[in-house]
Design a binder for this molecule. Sequence first.
Ligand code: PSU
Ligand code: MN
Length: 308
Amino acid sequence: MTCPPHHPPLVFSPEVARAQDEGRAIVALESTIITHGMPWPQNLETARSVEDAVRAAGAVPATIAVMAGAIHIGLDTGQLEALARTPDAMKLSRADLAVCLAQGRTGATTVAATMICAHLAGIAVFATGGIGGVHRGASDSFDISADLQELAQTPVTVVAAGAKAILDLPKTLEVLETLGVPVIAYGQTALPAFWSRDSGLTAPLRMDSAAEIAAAHRMRAVLGLKGGQLVTNPIPEADEIPLREVLPVIEQALGDAREQGIRAKTVTPFLLDRLFVLTEGRSLSANVALVHNNARLAAAIARALITV
Ligand code: PSU
Ligand code: MN
């Protein structure tokens, strides 16, 4: 047994280290979407193109993952490909992070773990696809993603396309309100629902510019409030699958999950995979488009945050 280090085992890629030295805008990206959220090889293509979308929008991407016992802030192309080819990587949330590091293992970070690592690395803005939330049937299964608790305690602004309609969205909103997490719809009043622009619910808050969102992020710090912000950015119209089309497919996927006794950490990856098969790939192209869209908005927020 070796002594634990006195500092978090962070390894910065040269690109991210340079960006930090120069005080440039940086956007964190998660890795569970690569290992557990999309099939090979679209997972690698998306991971790369999302990084390019951040760069094209004037910020520097920092894809975060744990590799061989170190937290990597920014991955080079070889590391990105190695991760994309490791479907059995651990899926790391707050509960798993220290164990994975102590055992020298490799794991992909969920929204919760990516927020923790981004904050350790001094990165305030993070783009993903969708966050975890309260699962349907949670009153029996108690399945509520640790992403919600993380938003309540770690000061990172997370840009997502809403919560997936595979979740119980009204309950997810209620839990976020209880936890004191601002849920901000970008540019519309409706809460978006991942593949669909409109969940049928009204978002608690609305903001129409990256500058306003950055100002609210700063204001939380000034007020000494713990926790981050959830920015829900609707998928572009051309790429969306309207709710009435996606809901029956979700019902079928949920039925399949019940029948096969899928539980705990495997629920979200299973449902995403079923949706992919049942929509003949349409859910995946929508997923790719919304992640790009979120990367662009996150880059704008990160840029607004560094302009005083
Ligand atoms: N959104 C996606 N694909 C994903 C996820 C979100 O488009 O793979 C992942 C995120 O990493 C999120 C996790 O944090 O699913 C939630 O998992 P759970 O419900 O087990 O907490
Ligand atoms: Mn869960």
